[in-house]
Design a protein around this ligand. Sequence first.
Ligand code: NAI
Length: 333
Amino acid sequence: MRIAVFSTKPYDATYLGRAAAGEHDIVFFEARLSPESAWLADGCQAVCAFVNDDLGAQVIFVLADLGVTLIALRSAGFNHVDLAAAEKAGIRVARVPAYSPHAVAEHTVAMLLTLNRKTHRAYNRVREGNFALDGLLGFDLHGKAVGIVGTGQIGEVVARILNGFGCTLIAHDPVENPACVALGARYVGLDQLFAASDVITLQCPLTPATHHMIDAAAIERMKPGVMLINTSRGAVVDTRALIQGLKSGAVGSVALDVYEEEADLFFQDLSGSFIPDDLFARLLTFPNVLITGHQGFFTHEALTAIAETTIANVSAFARDGAPLHPVGPPRSG
Ligand code: NAI
């Protein structure tokens, strides 16, 4: 099949090219998929898109007019796809349901440890010959209560790692994970998790139910000075409420790998320009906020698995008319 890959970074071309091994004709575009760039897929039967590509109804109907019949997401999350429009347009949507939960879980814990022990600040100080410890005080993770919201594949690995640190595990998920129960995790309602956790980490998908799950009311119910980690999707957290929480001290520290308006910021070099988002710029002013640019997935193992599953989805669709990992209701034919 001829595949148009949008939002291509050099590593996408490397890993997808290797996985396809000449089986498909792949054209790589740096442009983000949008109503303006969708025409680039002309002549392609499949489009490969990433988390910040626009897959709203307008783009989907343009793609359908161009003859695209498959959208192969190279991500697990599919909250950015208008599935009803895809269904209507006769376009199948596929995703990579699992690649490396370890990649995201390990990044989550890396952020937690960095934020707590302030290794990012210590690194800079020591390089400048400043060996003072003021401002670097952390806490023992051992014995602390960590609330995990969402105990699917990634949440389970986070639970395993934090169990190793000697944390008390508190969990919230509509579906209990027996592996987490076996680790000693106590499933509770969201309010109980908020009230009991020293650290809260979000590993749930973005859905209408989780949109702005962390808002002003939620923050009010948390332990004063709580540490909050979000490596799931930005819009699970209401950024304005978070900033208010940081200003009042209700929120002690925050680590974010995702941001609700990240589409115009992340995955590009803006160092010679300016931050066009005042809320994000405000977040950067807090010394107790640590932000990475959606890199939880970014390991060799995860990129290999993402590329291989994406190509397997396209190959299965070309062969059988159905991708291996469809999103949305199955259709006949
Ligand atoms: P998963 O589907 O295995 O687990 C998600 C869990 O969240 C499920 O157990 C589900 O029951 C639970 N859940 C659903 N609604 C919930 C709610 N209202 N409250 C609490 N829990 C709820 O997904 P996986 O692989 O663990 O990924 C989780 C999320 O992580 C993805 O949806 C994606 O948004 C994000 N992600 C972030 C990446 C990054 O690079 N930062 C990379 C990959 C995924």
